[in-house]
Design a binder for this molecule. Structure first.
Ligand code: G3P
Ligand code: MG
Length: 429
């Protein structure tokens, strides 16, 4: 499999205040976690993106600012944060296991807010490779589960980076797959012509030869979004311009079959075999911690399965672009978002683009609290200053000693201990 990188995009556009990020990618060519794939030098273009404020598109930063301000209400100096540090929390295996809070996470998070006002004291966000739900809904769910008010802008999911591809595929016919509502996720980012793989497959009789043996129904027709209700002609004659793996696929067999169909026929089922349409993965986790006691296969395992099958039946190796941690690009993006959270919570006003106030703010330390050495800790190590990694023992990692290949700066049992450590360290003279 070869990875393809997208070209830099314009970082600010009309009506949107979009902040540039440093140009990343040398890391990707030498990234061990990506070593199963060779890099196409023709396609090794620079990664770049805009601020991934987790809002529904096309919400502008100005609207987001109002959103932030109304929540934090940080106009009085007494409720301003003075923090020169910020925190990124992994979700699965650190904050939650399945739907259950772990490691005393609700109490740990409460410590990041002012007791008396409920306003944010320490800038933090969730940096997860999971997804399948729009950021706004995920923020609401997290607020319910954890008992603190989480804003959409504080939720960065694996697929949040797909926003950076909007310009390229805004009106193109694209397919999206994964648990949850991949089609809704993509449409909220602004992609106008997206169809879920579930719906796409339903237009082709017998495309899945074992469908009759599956006891589940993948989707109710009434749930289909209006724009995905196309005629069979529309779908069968419309070339798929790109495929997006938004979250962990549910029906691996069907998805591998249909993706092989799409990718081997230049996006037009039954078409001639030519160069494949672009394929994007929201993350590449081989395993992750879900509700089951031991790790579960993740989106990266699905990539390996798809790649193995595709490469056995085609001469040209599969090409794809992978987002998510551990790419340092994700950490730089998180840093930019945390600067905005810091700016809004500390200054209580929107930052004018010309001031570049938030972008000039530099954190002395940004803490990444994660459970997966190969994803969270490796990412923080690669991102370098100001990132500081804290590894918990509540998820993928369970060992007594530090991880040998990607040692964290600190190893603790739980996220509550991690927050203890941070607050003590930061309050020390
Ligand atoms: O599907 C979720 C998984 O890939 C990892 O989630 O929160 O541990 O980055 P997280
Ligand atoms: Mg995790």
């Amino acid at each position: 499999m070869r990875f393809r990188f997208q070209p830099p995009i314009q970082l600010s556009s009309s009506g949107h205040h979009l902040l540039p990020l440093p140009t990343p990618p040398p890391f990707l060519s030498s990234s061990p976690s990506l070593s199963t794939c060779s890099i196409s030098h023709h396609h090794r273009l620079m990664f770049s993106t805009f601020l991934l404020l987790g809002t529904t598109t096309p919400m502008t930063l100005e609207k987001t600012a109002v959103n932030l301000l109304s929540f934090w209400n940080c106009h009085s100096s007494s409720s301003r944060c003075t923090s020169s540090f910020g925190i990124a929390f992994d979700i699965d295996g650190v904050i939650l296991r399945g739907q259950n809070p772990i490691g005393n996470s609700p109490a740990a998070l409460k410590r990041l807010y002012h007791d008396y006002s409920g306003n944010l004291k320490i800038p933090f966000l969730f940096l997860t490779n999971g997804g399948g739900t729009p950021e706004s809904r995920r923020a609401f769910e997290m607020s319910q589960l954890l008992g603190v008010k989480i804003l959409p802008s504080q939720v960065v999911q694996g697929h949040s980076c797909f926003r950076s591809l909007l310009k390229r595929f805004k009106n193109d016919f694209i397919v999206a797959t994964g648990k949850g509502e991949p089609e809704l996720v993509m449409s909220e980012y602004g992609f106008r012509n997206v169809i879920s793989l579930d719906d796409y497959a339903s237009y082709f009789d017998n495309i899945d030869p074992v469908a009759q043996y599956k006891s589940w129904k993948v989707k109710q027709e009434s749930n289909m979004l209006p724009f995905s209700m196309k005629s069979i002609q529309d779908v069968s004659l419309d070339r798929v311009k790109a495929a997006f793996i938004v979250s962990d696929p549910v029906d691996w067999g069907r998805d591998i079959q249909v993706l092989c169909d799409i990718l081997s026929s230049r996006g037009l089922l039954g078409g001639e075999e030519e160069h494949q349409p672009p394929l994007f993965f929201a993350a590449d986790d081989l395993q992750y911690q879900a509700a089951f006691p031991s790790e579960r296969l993740g989106i990266g395992a699905f990539r390996i399965a798809l790649e193995s099958v595709f490469n056995r039946i085609h001469d040209m190796p599969l090409e794809c672009t992978v987002f998510g941690k551990p790419n340092p690009f994700v950490f730089r993006n998180a840093e930019a978002i945390l600067r905005h959270i810091w700016a809004f919570s500390c200054h209580g006003n929107a930052i004018r683009p010309e001031d570049e106030d938030s972008s000039s703010h530099s954190f002395t330390t940004l803490y990444m609290i994660g459970d997966n050495p190969l994803v969270d800790i490796k990412g923080a190590l690669q991102a370098g200053h100001p990132w500081f990694s804290i590894l918990t023992r509540t998820g993928v990692f369970r060992q007594t000693e530090n991880h040998a290949e990607y040692p964290a700066d600190v190893v603790v049992d739980t996220v509550a201990e991690a927050v203890d450590f941070i607050l003590e360290r930061e309050s020390a003279p």
